[in-house]
Design a protein around this ligand. Sequence first.
Ligand SMILES: [Zn+2]
Length: 187
Amino acid sequence: MSSYEWRFIGGHLALDLANTMAWRLDPARSVDRLGSAALLADWFRTATGLSLPADDHVLDRVRRLRGATIRLVDAHLDGVAADAGSSPLVHAAWRSALARATPGERLPLTETPAAAIEDHLALAVAELLHRPDPGPLRRCDGDGCGWLFLDTTRNHSRRWCDSADCGNRARVRAYTGRRRDRAQDGT
Ligand SMILES: [Zn+2]
């Protein structure tokens, strides 16, 4: 089941959830890495170390939570108002998780194992979005990438999800662009 090598570059569980949509800004390449309930359980176990059950119902709810998270973070980054549905969706999931939680105890709760993955993720998303200062949220500059991360570099200069990946592609493009310019200049 672990044939796909999960990558966790977000610096926060909520952002790593968002990043299970690969190449989300390029419709031609966009891939949902959470393609099945088994993949969701595998991703969640790799991300958190917790083995919890997943079924199609939870997968559907997690996908909707992920979509709302992406739309809210994008709106924040773009300085625009979010759509009307995303915030209520996150809050509803958050309230459900809190209703099932026991203060001071770690989720999951044994009575509701089916909802446990969604509950964990809803709490993570709410934690990220309710920070007094959302902090150094960034979106990768790579063409079509759209991966989100917390920029924890000292001077807030991180531009890429992975400098060896999108960063490298951009360097190659810049290099070939310069070569082309020089060729056109006849130098
Ligand atoms: Zn990227």
